[in-house]
Design a protein around this ligand. Structure first.
Ligand code: SF4
Length: 350
């Protein structure tokens, strides 16, 4: 059986072994390739990939490219830029940048799947080990596939299950393939990159790191404890009076604070309010949750908070959100100054 993929499909599916085979030793050895004029083109495209990921850009740019890039050299540059983008985020060593790139690449692949042929879809499904049969997948495969998804519609209790199989629509199957690709790509990073290569890329890694920090600031603004949701405030208050905080409580506080851009030192400062504060134990836990161990955890949903008895004193805004992080974002935005200096809801209520 010949290769069923069109070469242009490889632009959107650069993680497939077919793409890597097509690339061959095009960019090898990397440290001598990068300073060449072709290398510069790849660096420029790789930078654009990561920048798009940081800005949560749509992948329209990718579709435009697939129409414009028809020659083998152009396709190789695109595949090499995928490889280099992974190298760049590995040099930066920022877990949120890695997460953003993987999400972006998975979205690119998803759009190619939605718009592509059945043949392409089947091949990708086989490569990533997620092959629905007649629109269903075994429960075990399903549970694994939705582990990182928060929406209620993915919960097994909300699914049609028959004979150990979970039914999926075509769109849902594509969404789970996207998720599978995201997880797969995330698990492969960071790569071990030679210092010489990271040093060469330093000007752009510095720039991208600043872009990540700016985007967190843009999303959440300066950190304002006054806008924290009641559940997070309750954990902080409990810490201050010496109440023993359960592991889910510590986890929720750490993941929440990390996501809104609080530095590790700021998070440790919160925990240091507890009378039994231990620096070593706290830094170990914080670094584990914020991704130093290779996995960055997302803040829990309100449903998970309720399960652990951490949803306390919900207020009216709570009825409109499903995530404490969303509560914070909504509340902050509602207090942004309008023209004339007023806030959209008057003074903060806290
Ligand atoms: S509803 Fe959500 S945001 Fe509000 S207190 Fe409960 S867990 Fe926190």
């Amino acid at each position: 059986m010949g290769d069923p993929l069109d070469q242009k499909d490889l632009i959107h599916l650069p993680f497939l072994k077919e793409a890597q085979q097509f690339l061959g030793d095009f960019a090898s050895p990397l440290d001598t390739f990068l300073p060449t004029s072709l290398g510069e083109r790849v660096v420029t495209r790789a930078y654009a990939r990561v920048a798009m990921a940081v800005r949560k850009g749509r992948s329209d740019q990718g579709r435009t490219l697939s129409r414009a890039t028809t020659d083998a050299l152009g396709i190789r540059i695109e595949i090499a830029s995928f490889v280099l983008a992974r190298i760049i985020v590995s040099c930066v060593k920022d877990r949120s940048l890695i997460e953003r790139l993987c999400r972006y690449e998975a979205q690119l692949a998803y759009e190619a799947l939605v718009e592509g042929s059945e043949k392409t879809r089947d091949l990708v499904a086989e490569r990533i080990g997620f092959v629905p049969i007649k629109g269903s997948v075994p429960v075990v495969m399903y549970i694994e596939a939705v582990a990182g998804l928060r929406e209620d519609r993915w919960r097994l209790v909300n699914r049609e299950v028959e004979g150990g199989l979970v039914a999926l629509t075509k769109i849902e199957a594509d969404e789970l393939m996207r998720e599978r690709i995201r997880v797969m790509l995330t698990q492969q990073l960071p790569l071990i990159v030679p210092d010489t290569v990271c040093r060469y890329l330093e000007p752009i890694t510095t720039d991208l790191l600043a872009m990540v920090k700016a985007s967190i600031l843009e999303e959440f603004g300066e950190i304002e404890e006054g806008f924290f949701p009641p559940c997070i405030k309750a954990i902080i208050d409990a810490l201050a009076v010496g109440t023993n905080i359960t592991h889910p409580g510590r986890f929720a506080l750490t993941a929440f604070c990390h996501t809104i851009g609080m530095a590790t030192t700021g998070i440790i400062e919160l925990f240091s309010r507890a009378p039994d504060f231990s620096y070593d134990r706290t830094i170990y836990q914080v670094e584990h949750i914020t991704g130093r161990g290779g996995t960055e955890y997302s803040p829990p949903s309100c449903a998970t908070m309720r399960t652990h008895g951490l949803c306390v004193k919900p207020d009216p805004l709570c009825t409109k959100v499903n995530f404490p992080i969303r509560y914070y974002s909504v509340k902050k935005k509602s207090h942004l100054p309008r023209e004339g200096g007023e806030t959209s809801q008057g003074s903060p209520s806290t």
